[in-house]
Design a protein around this ligand. Structure first.
Ligand code: ZN
Length: 135
């Protein structure tokens, strides 16, 4: 199977991360940064709700009717998000997700793991699980 331009882009991304990661090169720093960057993603989403208000969360118990098929459930189970991200919040969340991806790529570099292969394997797993995936 030939590599697409997206595949090459992803490998290049990991390479650029490797070149840029000089100050926090220790795996301890990288692990700590993964934790912090994940928290920053969550914080940006929460601030869209509590500070901006462009989205709200309608959290409640979701009912799973007996005998419902997986296909039925996908229409019945809600994200519990109401509204749409405004441009500012979208930009902030995208920036934080980028930061989280940066440190995941850095961890891959440190342990000599290909982020491209990880995504490929995950995609294959999802294809195998098909509709039975409960992730
Ligand atoms: Zn907003």
């Amino acid at each position: 199977m030939g590599k697409s331009i997206n595949d090459i882009f992803l490998e290049d991304f990991q390479g650029v991360v490797g070149e840029m990661l000089i100050r926090n090169r220790s795996i301890l720093d990288v692990l700590s940064k993964i934790q912090v960057s994940g928290g920053r993603v969550n914080r940006a989403v929460v601030k869209s709700v509590t500070h901006c208000g462009c989205i709200s969360i309608d959290g409640k118990k979701q009912a799973f009717p007996n005998g419902a098929s997986i296909n039925d459930l996908s229409g019945l189970v809600s994200t519990q998000v109401k509204g749409e991200l405004c441009p500012d919040c979208r930009q902030t969340i995208e920036k934080e997700i980028g930061g989280a991806l940066f440190y995941l790529a850095a961890l891959c570099n440190t342990l000599d793991i290909s982020l491209y292969d990880v995504i490929l394997k995950e995609k294959e797993t999802l294809a195998t699980l098909g509709n039975y995936s409960l992730r």
